[in-house]
Design a protein around this ligand. Structure first.
Ligand code: 26V
Length: 819
């Protein structure tokens, strides 16, 4: 490219260098000779951000184009991961920036490592939102991701003495070069107080909400660049602040301190991400967070609607609002309130708009994860919304009763209010009543949704139900995180696969070719060596890159069955101890994942993993053949290191429990083979890659139900299986907890007493399947062929495919024309 001399836009090496130096001098306010590594990172980040702004302004301009529908993705979590590397990839400037930085005496990889990732999510749900923003921008769909700018994201995890320790995530400590604060885009949000009736000028009875407190939400914008698409969408996160004027009128000393208190409590709302992946019933602050970001977002949409010069009545032509799980489902009542109380609309047209705008994605079938709010708490914080919900419910149940007269059970089951004891607002019901579309996140999950938690809604509104199987972005999860594999693939079949991953099928014909297999193995081995070095540095454990890397990374949860994997490891250990010369193939077991701080069993599972590792890793009879690693602080950054280095992907949840899973897709896209149950998207992954290229085991969802309804007795499985008994007895005897033989008793009691997730029933099938994995890994060429075929056939799991389905079937949102 030509040198333009334009330090804000120029892409030439000289321009980039000048731009970076300029930011060191004038943004970081440092002499180049004094600049720290962080100054260099910040300067490069600002230089890259500058180069995103022209496209961004054009794209923001499209928000005013009345012929384009805007997708408004409402999510309490966006787990974006580090921005710099991804933006370089999507702008297509990795190599030019690498060179510019090198000529300034810096190393781009060192700078990339400087970025502290924005961990504004717990796991799959938040990461999905991030993949979807990447695809929306890549597919040129105008979109805004709306959420919360948590000051503290998901905690950093350290492992001390084998236990998880949570460290506050101060991700904003060094500043955030990617966000732009927009103090002029802010909204007031009311909380608490009471409602009053009054007559308007036409003598119509109306309701006014007199709040107990008012806070302000300020917009913080982050550009989201599509992959070589020319479109840059918007992530708009709200920070809560005090409304200055609210308590500063009377200014005696007492009021001054009260005003300071007010400021602190207002800012508390966006202070911290709840680190659980299930609701803590009755957490006031959580409801305040949900309402806060939903209210700001809907007010913002109404402002944009006015900017477009359109009527509020035509809102559904301008916006498609997607509710990412029930967390933002208060949007149904809030939009009704804005339309009826503030825009003075009649109920019926307001309701029609609301239903046409909203769509709801369900992400879990676990009953304990379905959100519900106790009525007293709800009415104290959102008195007007409770009235609106009662009115929505009254009209809804009238319809239900007239369609099925006499069926009181049905009305009670469908009701938005749970009246069976203490009363609750059921958020999934609110979302389902107020949306024109309801979707599950994998084929099996959608079917189960229709048969179980939302069965009555499916009987009532079958046309509302859709399936959209999740997907992941190949930009971050292959191009950025596995550059060597991306180069190898592109060298064979060209670069089209990055946006048209069905083209990966062209790899099939090379899958059996020895030279290609050799290059394929070389890439995997390099990725494993890189991970091995990091494992060494972070845990002190030395692992052999030639061994099978067997990886289980995800949030720690009993239904995900990390402890089933531990039973496998102890089984192998027992085989070695029984006969040290027995043939056990060399394996490295890598675990990663955070436990919710209050989830004791999950934390005990982490301790079990590290304790078994302590014994196995140092046992002379094992002689290094088995290594167990708990990789601390699993997050997006670490995921980018781990997925490319895996040989075997563990997807072993109890069938029927994992809605979809998305890690399963990231592994397979990077050439790992899957060992898994017929759960979530595993079912479809297996269909796509071929059953001969997938290690299947375990009871099906139907068999799980059947077992449980017959009265599942884990003890009989324990007693009928000698190796299993030996494994559990060893844990119970304290073999892995010297000094505290009862340490793992709660875990043993759970397995022998209830075993809610059927580990014992799936144990033997899992062991047998792992033996098949060992045999398969011995045949290097056959394994490599399967690995290549997995990648070749994973195209459908691109988030681009998922977003196209949402656009066509649910949002009716076309892309921006051109290009
Ligand atoms: C999460 C939270 C987090 C904060 C506190 C309140 C609360 C309440 C409920 C939940 C449920 C989270 C559901 C979830 O994360 N589901 C996951 O979604 C992934 C993306 O669709 C999917 O791949 C996983 O299988 C599913 O477990």
């Amino acid at each position: 490219r030509e040198t333009t001399g334009d330090i804000r836009r120029g892409m030439d090496c000289a321009d980039l260098k000048q731009a970076i130096i300029d930011h060191i001098n004038f943004t970081q306010a440092r002499l180049v000779s004094q600049a720290t590594l962080n100054d260099w990172y910040m300067a490069v980040a600002y230089a890259v951000r500058d180069r995103m702004l022209d496209d961004w302004h054009v794209s923001l301009g499209h928000l005013r184009n009345r012929s384009l529908k805007i997708v408004s993705y409402l999510s309490a979590e966006f787990l974006m991961g580090p921005h710099l590397g991804n933006n370089l990839v999507n702008l297509g400037i990795v190599e030019s920036v690498r060179r510019a930085v090198a000529e300034l005496g810096q190393n781009l990889d060192d700078l990339l490592r400087q970025e502290e990732e924005p961990g504004l999510g717990n796991g799959g749900l938040g990461r999905l939102a991030a993949c979807y923003l990447d695809s929306l921008a890549t597919l040129r769909v105008p979109a805004i991701g709306y959420g919360i700018r948590y000051e503290f994201g998901i905690f950093d995890q350290e492992i001390r003495d084998g236990w998880q320790v949570e460290i506050t995530d101060k991700w904003l400590r060094m500043g955030n070069p990617w966000e732009i604060c927009r103090p002029d885009i802010s909204y007031l949000v009311k909380l608490g107080g009471h409602t009053e009736q009054y007559s308007d000028e036409n003598d119509c009875l109306r309701v006014r909400w007199v709040p107990g407190k008012v806070i302000k939400g300020v917009a913080y914008d982050t550009p989201v660049a599509g992959y070589c698409s020319g479109v840059t969408d918007l992530l708009r996160l709200w920070k809560s602040e005090a409304v200055e004027s609210f308590n500063f009128q009377a200014f005696n000393l007492g009021d001054y301190y009260r005003a300071v208190d007010e400021k602190v409590s207002s800012e508390t709302i966006s202070k911290v991400l709840y680190p659980n992946d299930e609701p803590q019933i009755g957490k006031q602050l959580r409801l305040a967070q949900q309402y806060f970001f939903v209210s700001c977002s809907l007010q913002d949409m109404l402002r944009i609607q006015r900017l477009r010069g359109e009527n509020i009545g035509d809102l559904a032509g301008s916006f498609a609002v997607q509710l990412n799980d029930t967390h933002p489902s208060i949007a149904v009542a809030e939009l009704m309130r804005l339309l009826v109380d503030e825009q003075m609309m009649e109920w019926e047209p307001a309701w029609e708009i609301t239903c046409n705008v909203m769509a709801y994605t369900n992400h879990t079938l676990l009953p304990e994860a379905l959100e519900k709010w106790p009525l007293p708490l709800f009415s104290a914080m959102l008195p007007r919304h409770l009235e609106i919900i009662f009115e929505i419910n009254r009209r809804f149940l009238d319809q239900v009763r007239s369609a099925s007269p006499g069926d009181d059970g049905l009305a009670a089951r469908l009701s938005i209010i749970d009246e069976g004891g203490e009363r609750y607002v059921r958020m999934a019901h609110l979302a389902s009543v107020g949306s024109h579309a309801i979707n599950g996140v994998a084929a099996l999950h959608t079917e189960l949704l229709k048969e179980t938690v939302l069965k009555d809604f499916h009987d009532l509104y079958p046309e509302r139900f859709h399936n959209v199987t999740n997907g992941v972005t190949p930009r971050r999860w292959v191009l950025l995180s596995n550059p060597a594999l991306a180069r190898l693939i592109s060298g064979k079949i060209g670069e089209g696969w990055v946006t048209r991953p069905e083209e990966l099928r062209a790899l099939e014909k090379f899958a059996g070719q020895p030279a290609f297999q050799k290059s394929w193995r070389k890439v995997k081995l390099e990725n494993k060596s890189i991970l091995a070095a990091v494992i060494r540095e972070r845990t002190g454990i030395q692992v052999d890159p030639a061994s099978l890397f067997d990886v289980l990374v995800k949030r720690i949860h009993e239904y995900k069955r990390q402890h089933l994997k531990v039973l496998h490891i102890i089984t192998l250990f027992n085989r070695i101890k029984a006969d040290p010369k027995s043939e056990v193939r060399s394996r490295t077991f890598i675990f990663g994942g955070k436990a919710a701080p209050g989830y004791h069993m999950a934390k005990l599972i982490i301790k079990l993993i590290t304790s078994v590792g302590e014994v196995v890793n140092n046992d002379p009879d094992v002689a290094g053949r088995l290594k167990v690693v708990f990789f601390p602080d699993f997050n997006v950054t670490n995921g980018q290191l781990v997925y490319p280095a895996a040989d075997l992907s563990e997807q072993i949840s109890t069938a029927g429990k994992e809605a979809s899973g998305t890690g399963n897709m990231k592994f397979s896209l990077n050439g790992a083979l899957t060992i898994g149950t017929l759960d979530g998207a595993n079912v479809e992954i297996r269909q796509e890659v071929g059953e001969e290229n997938f290690f299947l085991f375990g009871h099906t969802a139907a068999e799980v139900q059947e077992l449980k309804s017959r009265g599942y007795d884990p003890r009989s499985w324990y007693e009928g299986n000698a190796p299993l008994r030996a494994v559990i007895d060893r844990i119970a005897a304290g073999d892995f907890s010297p000094g505290d033989r009862n340490l793992f008793q709660p875990l043993v009691d759970q397995l022998l007493g209830h075993d809610d997730y059927l580990l014992l029933a799936d144990y033997q099938a899992y062991m047998d399947c792992q033996d098949r994995v060992d045999a398969a890994f011995r045949d290097r060429d056959a394994w490599t062929e399967m690995s290549i075929l997995n990648v070749a056939r994973m195209g459908m799991f691109s988030s681009d495919r998922a977003i196209r389905e949402y656009c066509e079937n649910i949002w009716h949102a076309p892309p921006i024309p051109g290009d």
